[in-house]
Design a protein around this ligand. Structure first.
Ligand SMILES: [Zn+2]
Length: 307
């Protein structure tokens, strides 16, 4: 019988995205002062040295660019929905004091999101610390609760994506929304899916967000009954890759179920084996996928997500 909450061990795809992006061949061989001036050519060395948190500012900027690319990239794949749904990531605050949660401001289409348009939100009280505008109410509530929960349970998680992708959401609308191990795309999520069957309306009262967070049980994916899906990632690149493949796995399952014939399910030991095979290569796949989307966005989408 279907169990609403899966309690098996969590598995994350390894990644080196943060490490990779910190390596800039253009700065190799430059002393610290030269690097600071390179990043801010409008400042002399003395002024540059007074810019206190160069690493915080640069990390904040890079995380903004990544998240903006994720919004536009999922829109490119047709996985956005009007001006709703929300992707967030934690990053060092621009002022160097603690972290903020980056999120789209309400009313902006995902194809319009740029690095500088993202809001930086205080994770504890929801106040807007960076940017102009306000997040959508339920977006702020769900993601604030999730990041607060993650900071206590697994701070290595940086990004939380909430979407309503059509096939994954179709499964979430079934009495039994189990993602079955029927394809290698499915095995990416072997023993890493939680199911929340307690949908209780729009998250506007301060209750739904913490309730959802409690249903994660250490998993990095959640099917939210009668609602959509959540994906957690140790980087924006990872959350992006997982959101894409979750929808592809769900699409295959929905198509297979639509035939009315019995699905051919992989035995657990084989699903686990394929999961490990993908994990062992994923540090390259995750970064390569996200980088390819960035290139496509720059060439085909109007505007520049880095601005
Ligand atoms: Zn939603």
């Amino acid at each position: 019988m279907f169990n609403c909450i899966s309690l098996n061990s969590r598995s994350f795809f390894p990644f080196v995205w943060d490490n990779l992006r910190m390596i800039s061949t253009s700065t190799v061989g430059l002393c610290k002062q030269q690097q600071q001036q390179k990043y801010r050519p409008w400042l002399n060395i003395e002024q540059a040295n007074k810019v206190k948190p160069s690493s915080s500012i640069e990390k904040n900027r890079q995380d903004r660019e990544d998240l903006a690319a994720a919004y536009r990239g999922l829109a490119y794949y047709g996985l956005s929905e009007g001006v709703c749904n929300h992707l967030t990531s934690r990053t060092p605050a621009k002022n160097g004091e603690g972290e903020v949660m980056l999120i789209v401001k309400y009313g902006l289409h995902w194809t319009e999101v740029t690095a500088s348009s993202l809001l930086g939100i205080n994770i504890e009280n929801g106040s807007v610390l960076e940017g102009d505008g306000e997040p959508e109410t339920s977006a702020a509530e769900i993601h604030k609760a999730l990041h607060s929960h993650i900071l206590k349970t697994d701070p290595s998680i940086q990004s939380v994506f909430h979407t309503h992708p059509p096939h994954a959401t179709s499964l979430a609308c079934l009495e039994d929304p189990t993602l079955h191990m029927i394809h290698q795309n499915s095995t990416r999520f072997f023993e890493d899916v939680a199911y929340d069957c307690g949908y209780d309306g729009l998250a506007t009262t301060g209750v739904e967000g913490p309730r959802i967070a409690q249903q994660l049980h250490g998993k990095s994916v959640m099917f939210m009954g009668n609602h959509g899906v959540l994906v957690l990632g140790k980087s924006t690149a990872e959350a992006f890759d997982k959101t894409y493949y979750l929808e592809k796995a769900a699409e295959l399952q929905v198509l297979a179920m639509s035939t009315g014939k019995k699905m051919s399910k992989l035995p657990d030991n084989l699903a686990k084996f394929v999961n490990q095979q993908i994990k062992n290569d994923s540090r390259f796949l995750v970064a390569a996928h996200f980088e390819s989307i960035k290139r496509i966005l720059k060439h085909t989408y109007q505007g520049d997500f880095t601005s």
